[in-house]
Design a protein around this ligand. Sequence first.
Ligand code: DOR
Length: 373
Amino acid sequence: MDKSVSKIFDLVLKNGLVVLPNNKVEKTDIAINKGKITELGSVNNDQAKQVIDLKGLIVIPGAIDTQVHFREPGLTHKEDIYHGTKGAVLGGITTIFEMPNTSPATINKRELDVKIQIAEQSAFCNYSFFIGAAKENIHELNKLEKLEGCCGVKIFMGSSTGNLLVEDDQSLKEIISGLDRKFAVHSEDEYRLRDRKSILSEPNITVKNHPDWRDEETAINSTRRLLKIAREAQKKNLHILHISTSDEIKKIEQNKDICTCEVTPQHLYFHSPDCYETFGTRVQMNPPIRTKKHQDGLWYGIKNKIVDVIGSDHAPHTNKEKNEKYPLSPAGMPGVQTLLPIMLNFVNKGKLTLDDLVRLICKNPCKIYGIKN
Ligand code: DOR
């Protein structure tokens, strides 16, 4: 840092071990002006309006959660943007990408603007919103994906919370062929879900059967179809959300030239059947948490850089809703506030390197979605 000119900074973070852009971890001071990092190096205390001593602490770049479901508008009895983004910053997340399955669903500019206006008034962190793909907006998606405040298009191939759904190959082809930006897909095969729905009427059904109804083939079929469609359309901008099977990791490994993918902390942390015995419907989500074999496959994907990002799939419901008897209980669990602590715990336990963590939750989200600054 040039000491000849004595600069004054709004805030200086001193003595932290800082993960630098070149991946090196060094003890250095961070000088901040108007909310932006302006210098790295050694800064005198008298150059700072405020000093925070970070001795013994590690500083990473801003963590980004590229998959959260806040519930505003329409479902604010579960959560709103104010509380969702407050949870994010309390958990060390600086930016969120929010999903379109609100009520009404975010499928046009009007609904996107509603969210942006709410966030401008109430959000604690940076934000961006997905536009949901639906049969009625197929031909507008190419325009919608480029709107300011939009992070891209989200496609639900299998139905989950809300009514967004594009299940057939023909519509998927049309959508995917027309998209220029990175698009994100919930990959579960709706046809197989429908075929297997009778499982839910069997006597003594419990949440332990959730991964039987939405079985591994449901996820694998869908991902296979999706990759084929993207390959045929010569598209390389596919991002598959919350991968839950070891088979999909292998399939994605063979198709890394055209797609990126996400895994959630909960699929890396929990496995069936234990998680259902201990936590019941609290861990019910789509796609489901599966056996240890699949969990090991996801870790293989992390270690071999097949997995690109960790997203929380933060999806809160009320206690009352989650206490409903399965299958009436809704799928989804909160996670935006716990993503970073859980992943840091894996770092402390030696399951993950700090380098990998920074790649998965800071650098790759920027790279994949082209986030500036
Ligand atoms: O379990 C889930 N819950 N998976 C999803 O894809 C949607 C989410 C929600 O919004 O509740």
